[in-house]
Write a protein that binds this ligand. Sequence first.
Ligand SMILES: C[S@@+](CC[C@H](N)C(=O)[O-])C[C@H]1O[C@@H](n2cnc3c(N)ncnc32)[C@H](O)[C@@H]1O
Length: 247
Amino acid sequence: MKQIHLSPRLQMAADMVVQNERHGWLVDVGTDHAYLPAWLLQTHREQFAYVIATDLREGPLDRARQTAREAGCEGDIDFRLCDGLAAVDPREADVIVIAGMGGETIVHILEGAHWEPGWWRGKGTMEDKVLILQPMSSMPELRGWLQKNGFSIEEERLAREGDALYTVLLVRPGEMAPLSPAELWAGKNDRDPLRGAWLDMWIARTGRALEGMAKAQGRDVLPHKQELEEVLSGLVDMKKEWTQWEQ
Ligand SMILES: C[S@@+](CC[C@H](N)C(=O)[O-])C[C@H]1O[C@@H](n2cnc3c(N)ncnc32)[C@H](O)[C@@H]1O
């Protein structure tokens, strides 16, 4: 039997699943190689009543089945070919992982669940759902959508792979204090040891975008520039706050 090893990014997502699930139904959306569910089943089998892995395409689902075969857990994963959660009933999902996709795709998947409004709230004996989201891009759009649609980002954890930093969001239904423009981009300040490097990355990216805009002309650029300046100033304040915490 092959032992599954996860990259730091997927390991962070898997650790957040383990910490937040007792004995429920797990859905890994866009599973590709199914490394995450296979690792969870190899190491924490007793924590899951049922595991579903979905993907939009046959190729990734074939790879997923192969990983599960090699890892000795093929019979423990229900593979479904579908767009996002389209072939999943809300009663089959306690924890939903959507990792390694753009923020806009994650929003598309959550919006397109075709479940009744408010599906994320538990009904009867069911508990509220937990979402573990790992966006690769479009983070302001994702955080903004979560805020507008009755979700609360309870925690964000960071992982490093080489020069790249990744964030993983733990999301539950509920009210969240409004996010500032900078928080929409970089998330709320917390004590994650990689937070300083994460803020530096966003400060550099925003600065570069503003430099690019300095050369651009036209009235339509101005509101976007002002918005980005507000983001940059908020990011710099968050970095100061974080540095003070660290001292
Ligand atoms: C980059 S891989 C990420 C795999 C894994 N979740 C991870 O984080 O390493 C993205 C996978 O999501 C799948 N995917 C993209 N859009 C999807 C959608 N709307 N519904 C289901 N799967 C989707 C792709 O086919 C691909 O296998």
